[in-house]
Write a protein that binds this ligand. Structure first.
Ligand code: ATP
Ligand code: MG
Length: 575
């Protein structure tokens, strides 16, 4: 198990939402702070959701409160049980060891189940009936097209529906018959009676219920009318005793409706309040479930958990630690202004976390053989390598230097450019943790391609040897050619070549054709023991993790989580 950063010791971040909560805590306004994370199960969670999860669970954690995981599942046609499962697993992974004790799960029903807005369809229907009884909701027969036309425009008031003046008795009868399935989809709707001339379009008699003869992943065929988001959300918050309902800025205009519904019902308990923050937009990334679904459906990627995807499942499979995502969320903060976050901020958090925790290993991605002709064929020189120099008391492991080793093809140049401090004909380098070696000979095939290097090892320069202090300019990584294991290594690059892939509405055109390179690497044998949740730095190359999904015994697959340095800062974007 990888040990993660001691975040618990870090000070809690400050932002305008936490300031509001702190004020309420100081006033003792609530017995307990309760937030919620309410995804619609119509796709996998992405890095933008991670920001919201960290905010909602962070506030619960800092205030000894609770954060409910609730499926906002009021739209049966787009939602699936697969998404409920993936969302639940992703949230649990992201908060594991950090805020698990704040996770609000349903206390009734199956253990370990999140809340579902659809569990409240009964009470929500009753609330709707009471609005009708109060004369604050009516059944409208306008078709969706006419409803829209009657709504007006932001600069033009709407018109009252001809059904707005129906009697309470008629409304109650029609709403009951809508529920009983007497009418086809779209024939009627239930609308709030507010103000068709309001400058806020959301207050122009918004729809509360619509008819959908569709099976629901959680309630089956029990219902053929479904509440709309605005009606279901505020009341689900109320039913769960949410104190702070935190959402993104596009809901600012919905807030008067959120309050109107709750206040119109004259409810006995304290009402929840909505607060809005700016959503995460990340460079070179798409944060929209609908568009990510398109990448999956059009097979641009291999699935929702493809390690190139900005989904939590993809990031996890790629080897990004949960603590790095939480650190990223802390670093970017919470504001009221939309902006584009540089992807380097995410990459920095990942490198920082992995530098602390990753085990160092030796691996060669693009190997070339080097024969050390002065070493015997059947013997190994045992050397000691450091597992993690960041540990308080770093441990060592043995690595075997043998007559035949592999080095990285890039670390040799027959005709070296200026300031090339790696291996060249007649030159010397240090093999990390072993000794200095010299290149004596370059062997080529008939076509002139280099097939092998020959050299000699100076064992007097080993640790403990008399010439250990002899200096050469370059140190390179290597593995024993006779003891290494082979593995498939997947090298990922950014999925998009444009910082704002959807700025022109054509994100599919900006897919990076070189976002995946697959190589057969030679790795030190200790990596045979690699664990699915282990994190490894292949020295000088980057951070890697085992691909638990595609690895089999004897056929290991590793994913590169991230390179050691940002290669995009200098390099031009790939064409
Ligand atoms: P998408 O457009 O990707 O489907 P959504 O907002 O419709 O996003 P929901 O499932 O409704 O997705 O989101 C659940 C919660 O996550 C909401 O409270 C929403 O405000 C928040 N959220 C979604 N996207 C982001 C983002 N990019 N940054 C921060 N929070 C987000
Ligand atoms: Mg949504």
């Amino acid at each position: 198990m990888t040990v993660e950063h001691p975040e618990a010791a870090a000070p809690a971040p400050a932002d305008f939402i936490r300031d509001i909560v702190a004020q309420h805590v100081a006033e003792k306004r609530y017995a307990k702070i309760v937030t919620r994370f309410p995804p619609e199960p119509n796709g996998y969670l992405h890095i933008g959701h991670a920001k919201s999860i960290c905010l909602n669970f962070g506030i619960a954690r800092e205030n000894h409160g609770q954060c409910n995981l609730r499926m906002d599942d009021t739209n049966p046609t787009k939602e699936e049980i697969e998404y409920v499962r993936s969302i639940t697993a992703d949230v649990q992974w992201l908060i594991a060891g950090w805020a698990d004790d704040c996770l609000g799960f349903k206390t009734s029903g199956a253990a370990g189940e999140p809340y579902f807005a659809s569990d409240y369809f009964g009470p929500l229907y009753d609330f709707a009936v009471s609005l009708v009884q109060k004369g604050q909701a009516y059944v409208c027969d306008l078709s969706p097209k006419y409803t829209e036309a009657y709504r007006g425009a932001p600069d033009r008031p709407g018109r009252d529906s001809p059904f707005r003046t129906r009697s309470v008795a008629e409304n109650l009868d029609l709403f009951a018959r809508m529920k009983a399935g007497e009418f086809p989809d779209g024939a009627r709707s239930l609308r709030a009676k507010i103000d068709m001339a309001s400058p806020n379009m959301w207050l122009r008699d918004p729809l509360l219920y619509r008819i959908r003869h569709a099976a629901h992943h959680h309630t089956g065929d029990a219902w053929c009318i479904y509440p709309l988001y605005d009606f279901a959300h505020c009341l689900s918050d109320y039913l769960e005793g949410i104190t702070h309902s935190i959402c993104t800025l596009e809901f600012v205009d919905h807030r008067p409706l959120y309050d109107w519904i709750l206040e119109s019902l004259a409810l006995p308990r304290a009402l929840p309040h909505q607060y809005e923050f700016a959503k995460l937009n990340l460079g070179y990334t798409i944060v929209s479930k609908r568009k990510l679904l398109q990448l999956v459906q059009e097979k641009v990627v291999q699935g929702w958990d493809d390690p190139r995807m900005p989904t939590i499942a993809g990031l996890r499979r790629r080897g990004v630690p949960a603590a790095a995502l939480r650190q990223f969320a802390y670093n970017i903060g919470v504001t009221k202004f939309d902006s584009l976050t540089d992807v380097a901020v995410l990459e920095h958090a990942i490198r920082e976390q992995l530098n602390q925790t990753a085990q160092r290993r030796l691996g060669v991605l693009k190997p070339i053989k080097l024969v050390l002709t002065n070493l015997p064929a059947d013997e190994a020189v045992m050397c000691q390598a450091t597992n993690n120099p960041q540990d308080e008391a770093p441990t060592l492991r043995p690595v075997a230097l043998t007559r035949e080793v592999y080095i990285e093809a890039d670390d040799f140049a027959e005709v070296p450019p200026p300031k090339f401090f790696r291996l060249k004909p007649g030159g010397e380098v240090r093999l990390k943790y072993a000794c200095i070696i010299k290149c004596d000979e370059v062997i080529k095939d008939a076509t002139g391609r280099i097939i092998e290097l020959r050299g000699t090892a100076d064992l007097t320069t080993r640790t403990g040897g008399p010439n250990v202090d002899r200096k050469v300019k370059g140190t390179i990584h290597w593995v024993s050619a006779t003891r290494c294991i082979e593995a498939e290594v997947r090298l990922y690059d950014r999925l998009f070549t444009a910082a704002e892939p959807d700025a022109d509405g054509e994100f599919l055109k900006h897919v990076n054709p070189r976002s995946l390179e697959v190589v057969t690497a030679k790795l030190e044998p200790a990596l045979r023991e690699a664990q699915p949740d282990g994190r490894y730095q292949f020295e000088r190359l980057g951070y890697f993790t085992l691909d638990a999904k595609d690895s089999q015994a004897g056929r290991l697959v590793f994913n590169r989580t991230i390179s050691l340095k940002d290669t995009w800062a200098k390099a031009p974007a790939p064409k």
